[in-house]
Structures are given as C-alpha cells and as structure tokens.
Design a protein around this ligand. Structure first.
Ligand SMILES: O=c1ccn([C@@H]2O[C@H](COP(=O)(O)O)[C@@H](O)[C@H]2O)c(=O)[nH]1
Length: 271
C-alpha cells in the first residue's frame, strides 16, 4: 500500500491527525538515559511505543540523528522498529532534500531504501528535475516545503512572482503539474494560519504537513478551521518537543502519550 492510502487509512481508523515528531536531543533526555550508549534509539523507541495509538504518522528529523556518531544507524533501526511494531503508522523522513537529478537519485535511495521511509520532505527550490527521482516513486509521499513555520519564511516565500506570492505559485505548480501520480503533499506552518487558508483553497484535498503547534506557538483551532478538508481530515499536525519532552522524569513515556492524546483531542474538538 502506498503512503497516501496508508495515511488516509490511519486518519480514519485511528481518528487522529497528530504527527509525532522525533527530534531526539540527548541534552534533554531523562536521567535514565545518562549511561545508555544507545540512547537515541532507546528514547525514541519508548516514545514511539507510547504514542503510536495517537499518531497518524511519525516524523523523524534526520539532523537530530546525523549530528551524532552512529546516529544514522539508530535512525535506520528506529524506522525498522516502527515498520515492524506499528506497521499501520507511516513514517515521514524530514530531510528537506533537493539537488540536481543525479544527486537527488541518491537522496531518494537514502530515504526509501536505506531508511525505509514512506515519505520524505523536499525543498522545491531547484525545480522539477530535482524532484523527479522522488515523484517517480508512486508509492512514496513527496512532501514539499510551501510556506514554512519560521519567521524567516517571509524572506523569500512571500515575494511576488508574476502577480502572486512565491508560496502560492509553489502550491499551484505542485498541486497541478507535479502531482500526476497523486503522491504529493505540502509543508505549511501552523504559525501562518491565513496563508494556510489560501493554500487549502489552491490545492483542494491534498494532504498538508503542519509543523509549528506546541513549542512554536501555532494555534490548533486556527489550523483545523483553515486547513482541514470538508471531511475533517487532510492534515498531519506535527508536534515534536511538545510530545518528546512533556516530562524529563521517570514517567517520560506516559507523559508523551498524554501530550499526544491531548493534542489529538484538542484537534478533534475542532473538526
Ligand atoms: O516549516 C517547518 C518545517 C519543518 N519543521 C520541523 O518540524 C519540527 C517542529 O518541531 P517542534 O518541536 O514541534 O517545534 C522540527 O523537526 C522542524 O525541523 C518546522 O518546524 N517548520
């Protein structure tokens, strides 16, 4: 089954739009991991197992693994663990890749074969040929940056390009020309709810990955009101730090589960 179908199944069967972000930072780990040489994997595994029932997707951010010796091997084992123990929950590798075609081929192999991800985040800045190696993988999700959650998103993404802001041109191009196989989605920050509304109007029912609630302060109610599709789905609302570090004590996994459940419930109250 491809990423898009797995995502729709998960939205419906688990009744959740929560994407659990996996951004492991050893400096924030509970004391229980001080002497654990495999802490990146063990901490994330515990979070995954505690939150899977509330997740429509998991989103490991590659930088938090690649920053450490052995971290990429830990990421590989973590995704294998998710695929083995929680096979209904798709995995989005947040890597924001984008390069000339021959290099992009290698990045596609990295995401889908080496790491076994179901979808990957991509930067569309280098254009169609940089995206083709990913778009041709019909069973995998290609999630392109459209309007990001950070303050600097305005620097380039809102520049006028021929009568409309660049982010709207990106949304229109990807929803139209690039989405022939129906395997595209967009990243839109929760911190820009008005832009989210405009993007939803352009892309129809295309799934949107929404970072920026929780630690970045995005408003859940505004996200659901402006971003959900008519059937109350269409969104993967990500929280990373707000779930991972809900507690630094011995009950970190239970606290993460509580945070994920509370986010699911807050979202569902608005649907
Ligand atoms: O526009 C974007 C694109 C990606 N991200 C990533 O999402 C998470 C957010 O983490 P929080 O702790 O929930 O703030 C992180 O992995 C970012 O790299 C984003 O924030 N904004």
């Amino acid at each position: 089954m491809g990423f898009m179908q797995a995502l729709r199944n998960r939205w419906n069967s688990a009744d959740t739009l929560v994407c659990v972000g996996l951004d492991p930072d050893p400096a924030k780990f509970p004391d229980a991991f001080v002497d654990d040489d495999d802490a990146l994997f063990s901490f994330c595994r515990d979070i995954v197992d505690a939150t899977a029932q509330y997740a429509c997707a998991f989103k490991p951010q590659i930088a938090y693994f690649a920053a450490h010796n052995g971290g990429e091997a830990a990421l590989q084992r973590l995704i294998a663990h998710i695929n083995g123990s929680h096979p209904d929950v798709p995995v989005i590798l947040d890597a924001k890749r984008g390069d000339i075609g021959s290099t992009a081929e290698q990045y596609a192999t990295e995401a889908f074969e080496r790491f076994g991800a179901d979808a990957v985040t991509l930067n569309p800045y280098m254009g169609r040929d940089s995206a083709d190696p990913f778009l041709q993988r019909f069973d995998r999700g290609c999630i392109f940056l459209c309007h990001t959650s950070n303050p600097g998103a305005r620097d380039f993404q809102e520049l006028d390009v021929g009568g409309e802001p660049l982010y709207q041109h990106i949304a229109r191009t990807i929803a139209g020309e690039w989405n022939a196989a129906g395997n595209c989605a967009l990243v839109v920050g929760a911190t820009f709810p008005e832009e989210l509304k405009v993007i939803r109007g352009i892309v129809g029912d295309m799934p949107l990955l929404i970072p920026g609630v929780g630690a970045q302060g995005g408003d859940v109610e505004a996200v659901v009101r402006n971003g959900a599709t008519a059937d109350g789905t269409g969104l993967m609302i990500n929280s990373s730090r707000g779930i991972l570090y809900a507690s630094s004590g011995a009950g970190y996994a239970e606290a993460a589960a509580d945070a994920a459940r509370e986010l699911r419930d807050a979202i569902n109250r608005c649907r």
